[in-house]
Every structure is written in structure tokens, then in C-alpha cells.
Design a protein around this ligand. Structure first.
Ligand SMILES: [Zn+2]
Ligand SMILES: [Zn+2]
Length: 644
């Protein structure tokens, strides 16, 4: 068989042989200094130096992976999980091994042990793994018959491995050895443990074997590994930053929101400061929509169950809905969506083609069932407010409406400092409703709208909803994390189900097209992302408290009161701190509260009739007039693009 390794050369290799036989030749020819970590086959499978190669074709072309390739990291991290397992077995010989895959940001290994594994154990295990790695043990592959493998893992008391062997359909299984340690595995791995230049064990938590609550609980040890020490320190810094920005922690410290066990999981209470933040966004949102020809609606939180039969939600969305409730022998349903209500608004009158497009918007609170295990702060909740809208338009208006919606999405996101997006266009799935011509029209309109705005996008073929194609937009935050927020969906289904019509120029009835869209997604989720994006230090226009007035001594309180009330009368959100505490203490507290500006007043300020200003970022402006300060506040009170 002919093997060609991209960028290196062509080689002869007999069938069912591993690439390790070519190691010396590849070393000679390799134009890069470093050896390939692993290889990718034409079908996309990653194989290592030890994987025997079979091909029905006479020649096979392989893509080498180098340390800088993302997939190489997966191979390294999976190898690190073997090191972790070996360390655990050396320290705790009675431990039994589950599985140890690489994951997005590292790897884990599931381990059964007679007692919980602690943070102290973790430190010991980490030390041991490092020792194993530094021995630079070679990983060697062996193929065994199932019987041989069973005998081997029986002798090692590895019950979970025995279970896994039973599930392998092939007659032969592979194991990898390093030093005295052996693990059931199909690979791929790096050549030796020494390639792992940096490793860190991060946490341990409980995990059911195979994720099933009926199975025994194992201990899942998480870790991460890199080819370079500096990559690990960069990653650890990133984790630190993520922790500091956690919206659940900041939400508590800044008194923005709370979720109480006694009230119910996934149900959010906005505390006064969070409520101000939310109101600013809501007011701004409403104003911007009214300016753009939307009409504002309010609709109820429950409706008769029958409405959801007509809409089809009971058939295809039931598992996400709260159960129905009975009242005077009629069943009611907590709303999972706002769409049917907006349809009834459309149907209030006979609509003419001249009236279209009709754009109805609502900050509509919906309730959806999420399993308690997946609830997460503001990001996954059971009750949330969508910044929802439904546009009813004619076919010839579709594209223009989509352009306007996308423009509004981008306008909003930029305003909150999100400059990078990933856009996905999901097209017709195998099962769909509506005629093909309309699907084609909708897909091409979505595509042209994206092109008109110069937004790069990826196509997710067949990933559209059964009732129409859609655009999903993920925003990238300051830490480079992507968040799904905005969505725009074209719908052919609901207008049919509710028999929506308009009278056309030809005096005949026509079916309008419906667009569902949310710019921010939900206020809860968006605010969760926003808290982390700004690390709680909101720009002046959003900050729940914009200015704190601090007194140096009690004698300045009357002066401070006039300054404070002047600012309040101009509409600024001001808090007074006139307590008889040390100034440094008051400043530190205002810093912790992430208030954008402090006004500091002492005898000198009274004498000169001035104020001293200190910004959150540490900027000082001493003895300026109150008017100068106000001018600065007023300029920052307007929504600022990309400001932080
Ligand atoms: Zn492995
Ligand atoms: Zn909708």
C-alpha cells in the first residue's frame, strides 16, 4: 500500500501495519523540526503512530497533525487521561477505572473508589501524574482477542472495562501500555508521555457510570494538558477571569438578582439594582422599536390549552411546557411562547395588502420546563422574558424586512459592546411543511439579507425548523466565548394553522408570511452574558448607580446634599455615602460596587465651590465645577457604542 503524508512524502507500507515502521524515514524527510503528533485519514479519523492501517484503496493520503493543530491537542489530552489513570492506580490500587476521554478544554477520567476523592487527593494525584510524565514512557499498542482482553482486565479487577469489552462488536480489541500500566483503548495517543509538557488537574465531582442514575456513582477527575507550559498558564488565567466574571457571583455581590430555592429553581427575582438595569434596557428597546414602526403589545401569561392545540405546540413542544392546570372544568396552559397571541392581534381586523408589513413586539414572559440539572444562573432558567416580535408581511416584502431585522440585531449588539458574531443559516430539513417555492424564497431572502449587510455566515444544511428556515447569531464576549442570543425565523406554518389572510391588490385572499425574531434572546440570558462581558462594571448609561457622593467629614454634608440633589434632579442615578467612615473605606466600597464615578467633597471643595471627581478606572479630576462634571456625565449618559 502506498502512503502519502501531506508535506512529507510517499512511502510503501504493507497492509495492516502501523506508521511507526516509517518513523525513521519520516524523521529524515520531515521538513518541520517536530514530528507529527498523529494523522488524519481521508474519512476524518485521527490515527496514531501505532494504529494498523488497512485500506481498500491501493494508496492512502494522510494529513499529519502538529502540536499547533487543534486536533493534536485532543490526542495529547486523551493521552494525559491515561497518565491520570496510571497515577490513580499507583496511589489507590483498589480504584476501578471507567472511561477517560478528551473533551473541549481538557480531559477527564471516571474512577470508582470506596470513598469520595478530595482536593487533597487531587494534589497528590497531580504530583504522581507529573512524575509519570517525566519518565517519558512510550505508549505501545497491542491487539488481543476478546477472551485475552477479558482475562487481562479480570486479573486487574477492572469491572467497568469488562463491561466495555462486552459492548465492542469486533472480535479483537486493542490495549495501550505505558510502563506497568495497561488500558483498554482504541487510541489515538501521542508516542510517549514526555510530549505532555504541561498538565493540571482541575476538579473532581460525582458522575454516574454512563450518565445513568441507576448506575453506580463514580468520581470524575477533570484536568487539562498542553504542549507548552505557557499555554497552560494562559488557560489558567482565562479560568481565573471566568471565575471573577461569573454572573452568579457578581449578581449576588452587586445585588442584581437572586434565585431562591424556596421560590423555585430557575425562577429569577430582579433585585432593585438589577431591576434598574433591566428597565433601562427595556425602555431603550421599546423606544427603538417604536421608532422603527413596531407596535407594542402586552399579552397574558396563561391561555386555554386549546390555543396550544391549534398552534401545534402541544404536538411538537409538549416536553418543554409546564403541565396544564384545570379551572372551572377548562384546561389552561402557562405560555411557552408569545406567537399565538400576536396572531390574534393580526386577526382583529380584515387586513389589506396596504397595511403590511405589520410588526408586533412584546417583552413577553414565557415559562418552559428545563430539567433542574441543566439550570444555570440566568443562562438556563424556567421563566424568562423574550424580546420578541412577529412581523407579518407579503412575499415581496420578505427580504427587506429581514434586512431591517438584521440591521436592528447588529445595532443592538454593537451598543452593548459585542463586535464579533458567528452567523448560521439553517436550511430546509427532511421533514417540513409548506410548499417548496416558499421555502426557496425564504432561504434565498435570508441569504440575500445577510449578503446585503456583508455578514459572513455558515450554512447548517437541513437544520432549519420544520416550519421554516432560520438565522441564529452567536455573539463573542471579551473572553472569546460564544453565546447564542439572537434568532430570526421565517414561518409558513402558523399562518396556515390560524388561517391568516390579507386582501391583495387583486381583491383575492393571500397568506402572509410570518417572521419570528428575538434580538437579545431573553432579557435574563442576555443580562447574564452582559454581566460577564462587562465583569459587572457597566458603562455609565447602564450602571444601576452612576455616581456616588462621598463626604470627607460631617461638616460638608449640607454642601454634599445640594450637589447630590442637583444631580438627582437632572435624572442621574446617585447614591450618597455621608457615613462618618474613613474616605478610603468609602472609596473602596464604591470600587467594589463598580460605580463609574465618585464625587468626593471636603473643606477645600466647599471653599472653592467645586467638586473632586474620581472615576472607577482611577482617573482623578480635582476641584472642577459641578457644571463641568455634569457635562461629562451627560455625554456618557447616552448609549455608547462599544464602551466599557
Ligand atoms: Zn486511550
Ligand atoms: Zn414566535
Amino acid at each position: 500500500m502506498k502512503i502519502s503524508v501531506e508535506g512529507i512524502g510517499e512511502f510503501e507500507l504493507s497492509d495492516n501495519s502501523p506508521l511507526i515502521l516509517l518513523l525513521e524515514k519520516i524523521k529524515e524527510l520531515n521538513p518541520k523540526k517536530s514530528l507529527p503528533v498523529a494523522f488524519v485519514t481521508p474519512s476524518g479519523e485521527i490515527i496514531d503512530w501505532h494504529t494498523p492501517i488497512n485500506s481498500s484503496e491501493p494508496s492512502l493520503s494522510l494529513k499529519p497533525l502538529y502540536p499547533e493543530d487543534k486536533e493534536a491537542l485532543l490526542v495529547l489530552r486523551h493521552t494525559a487521561s491515561h497518565g491520570l489513570a496510571q497515577a490513580v492506580k499507583e496511589l489507590f490500587p483498589k480504584a476501578k477505572l471507567g472511561i477517560g476521554p478528551a473533551i473541549d478544554e481538557g480531559f477527564y477520567y471516571d474512577i470508582a473508589y470506596e470513598r469520595p476523592l478530595t482536593e487533597e487527593d487531587l494534589a497528590k494525584i497531580e504530583e504522581k501524574v507529573k512524575e509519570i510524565i517525566s519518565k517519558d514512557l512510550t505508549l505501545k499498542r497491542e491487539e488481543l482477542s476478546k477472551e485475552e482482553a477479558k482475562a487481562l482486565f479480570q486479573s486487574l479487577n477492572e469491572d467497568f472495562k469488562l463491561e466495555l469489552i462486552e459492548e465492542i462488536p469486533e472480535d479483537k480489541v486493542s490495549v495501550y501500555r505505558q510502563g506497568d500500566f495497561v488500558d483498554l483503548c482504541r487510541g489515538p495517543h501521542v508516542l510517549s508521555t514526555g510530549e505532555i509538557k504541561a498538565i493540571k488537574l482541575l476538579s473532581v465531582s460525582g458522575a454516574y457510570w454512563k450518565g445513568d442514575e441507576k448506575n453506580p456513582m463514580l468520581w470524575r477527575i477533570y484536568g487539562t494538558a498542553f504542549f507548552k507550559e505557557e499555554d497552560l498558564s494562559a488557560y489558567l488565567n482565562f479560568l481565573e477571569e471566568v471565575k471573577k466574571r461569573d454572573h452568579r457571583k457578581l449578581g449576588k455581590e452587586l445585588e442584581l438578582f437572586t434565585i431562591e430555592e424556596d421560590i423555585g429553581p430557575g425562577l429569577v427575582i430582579w433585585l432593585p439594582k438589577g431591576a434598574i438595569l433591566r428597565r433601562i434596557i427595556e425602555d431603550f428597546w421599546k423606544d427603538e422599536h417604536l421608532k422603527r414602526g413596531y407596535q407594542l403589545l402586552y399579552t397574558p401569561h396563561v391561555a386555554l390549552l386549546d390555543l396550544w392545540k391549534t398552534s401545534g405546540h402541544l404536538d411538537f413542544y409538549r416536553e418543554n411546557m409546564f403541565p396544564p392546570m384545570e379551572l372551572e372544568n377548562r384546561a389552561y396552559q402557562l405560555k411557552p411562547m408569545n406567537c399565538p397571541f400576536h396572531i390574534y392581534v393580526y386577526n382583529q381586523k380584515r387586513r389589506s395588502y396596504r397595511e403590511l408589513p405589520l410588526r408586533f413586539c412584546e417583552l413577553g414572559t414565557v415559562y418552559r420546563f428545563e430539567r433542574s440539572g441543566v439550570l444555570h444562573g440566568l443562562l438556563r432558567v424556567r421563566g424568562f422574558t423574550q424580546d420578541d416580535a412577529h412581523i407579518f408581511c407579503r412575499e415581496d416584502q420578505l427580504q427587506e424586512e429581514l434586512v431591517k431585522v438584521l440591521e436592528l440585531v447588529i445595532y443592538f449588539l454593537k451598543l452593548f459592546g459585542f463586535e464579533e458574531y458567528k452567523v448560521y443559516l439553517s436550511t430546509r430539513p427532511e421533514k417540513y411543511v409548506g410548499d417548496e417555492r416558499r421555502w426557496d424564497l425564504a432561504e434565498s431572502s435570508l441569504q440575500s439579507a445577510l449578503q446585503a449587510l456583508g455578514l459572513p455566515y455558515e450554512i447548517d444544511p437541513g437544520e432549519g425548523v420544520f416550519y421554516g428556515p432560520k438565522i441564529d447569531l452567536k455573539i463573542r464576549d471579551v473572553l472569546g466565548r460564544d453565546w447564542q442570543c439572537s434568532t430570526v425565523q421565517v414561518d409558513f406554518n402558523l399562518p396556515e394553522r390560524f388561517n391568516l389572510v390579507y386582501v391583495g391588490e387583486d381583491n383575492q385572499f393571500h397568506r402572509p408570511i410570518m417572521i419570528h425574531r428575538a434580538l437579545l434572546g431573553s432579557l435574563e440570558r442576555f443580562l447574564g452574558v452582559l454581566i460577564e462581558h462587562y465583569a459587572g462594571a457597566f458603562p455609565f448609561w447602564l450602571a444601576p448607580v452612576q455616581i456616588k457622593v462621598l463626604t470627607i467629614k460631617d461638616s460638608v454634608i449640607p454642601y454634599a446634599e445640594t450637589v447630590s440633589s442637583k444631580l438627582k434632579s437632572l435624572g442621574f442615578r446617585v447614591e450618597d455615602d455621608f457615613r462618618p467612615e474613613k474616605l478610603n473605606y468609602k472609596i473602596r466600597q464604591a470600587q467594589l460596587e463598580k460605580v463609574p464615578y465618585m464625587i468626593i467633597l471636603g473643606e477645600k471643595e466647599i471653599e472653592t465651590g467645586t467638586v473632586s471627581l474620581r472615576s472607577r478606572k482611577g482617573e482623578h479630576l480635582n476641584n472642577i465645577t459641578l457644571d463641568e462634571a455634569i457635562k461629562r456625565f451627560q455625554s456618557e449618559a447616552q448609549p455608547l457604542f462599544g464602551a466599557s
